[in-house]
Design a protein around this ligand. Structure first.
Ligand code: RRO
Length: 309
């Protein structure tokens, strides 16, 4: 069974990577990912200056997934750019995620990344749900268009975006129409956490995380159908872009479903947080077994070939 795949023309040993935010804030965590079975990895979304993020507790593990309101804790973009400059890019495909607090911050980070000798693949996070007072750019199509226009001009290389989940066909259409205006926008990562859920513990009669009165982004099994819908919606609407699937992957089965829906790469967030980097070995083994049982010898044999009724 052959798990190799192509991403923006680069051959990769397999389609797995971490979801941004999990196990990728410090160089220690990033080195752990670099030593894992994942063929690609992405850094924690960064800002111009380092941030400590929201008050704790700000992550809670739940039977069906997770809720988080980390609030963009990160070491500042220069830290991740330095990591990328030192990184052995032959070893794995490295993505650098940025999430500027303003459009100007994004443009300033992009200008620096553009000048780097060993730049990673740029992913612009349009969907952090957890910074108080800062709406998700991906839910404001005019702001998204303006930002992409600036990034496109400033970067001049292929880049990608991390999108929030959409829940209406008209929003899939509108978002895809904006994305398709930018040919250098080469990949789209769907989805970020389902923003502003509220988990309540019936025993304590309390919320389970501290920031924003308990409101936070949902991940894990809760979000799988929403993630698959977004992957497939953008796969259908953006034929010239590659899709990275994220949301609800905890075994080979969900990885298989993301690929079937059209994802080129598949990210693991909550399950990586809970299980550590061994999750990649397990999911790769399970995916291999599923493919073998179906007689698929390559990912291309089924990727994007979701059947409808
Ligand atoms: O740091 C966070 O709170 C966070 C970010 Br930037 C994001 O994009 N998605 C998320 O679930 N949490």
């Amino acid at each position: 069974t052959d798990l190799t795949c192509l991403f923006l023309g680069q051959p990769l040993a397999n389609p797995l990577m971490n979801a941004s935010g999990v196990c990728c804030r410090t160089t220690t965590e990033l080195d752990t990912l670099a030593s894992s079975a994942a063929a690609a990895m992405v850094t924690k979304s960064c800002t111009l200056e380092p941030r400590t993020g929201n008050p704790e507790p700000r992550y809670s593990s739940l039977p069906l997934g997770s809720i988080n309101s980390m609030g963009l804790p990160n070491e500042g973009y220069q830290y991740y750019l330095d990591y990328a400059e030192r990184f052995d890019h032959e070893r794995k495909l490295l993505f650098l995620s940025i999430s500027g607090l303003t459009l100007d911050d994004n443009v300033e980070m992009i200008a620096a990344i553009r000048e780097a000798v060993n730049p990673a693949l740029l992913e612009v996070n349009l969907s952090c749900p957890n910074v108080p007072g800062k709406p998700q750019t991906g839910y404001d199509f005019e702001a998204m268009d303006e930002l992409l226009d600036e990034v496109n001009d400033a970067y001049k290389r292929p880049f990608g975006v991390k999108l929030p989940p959409y829940f209406d066909i008209s929003h899939f259409d509108a978002a895809a129409e904006v994305l398709n205006r930018y040919p250098r926008l080469a990949f789209v990562t769907c989805i970020n956490s389902v923003g502003n859920g509220l988990v309540i513990d019936p025993d304590t009669e309390s919320v389970v995380i501290k920031p924003k009165d308990g409101f936070g982004g949902l991940g894990g099994a809760y979000v799988l159908p929403t993630a698959l819908a977004n992957v497939n919606a953008f796969y259908r609407r953006c034929p010239d872009k590659q899709i990275i699937g994220c949301g609800g992957v905890q075994s080979g089965t969900e990885a298989f479903l993301h690929l079937l829906a059209g994802a080129s790469l598949v990210q693991i967030g909550t399950a990586l947080y809970e299980e550590g980097p061994a999750v990649f070995d397990r999911v790769l083994g399970e995916l291999t077994a599923i493919m073998a049982s179906k007689g698929y010898t390559s990912i291309d044999a089924f990727r994007g070939k979701l059947k409808t009724l």
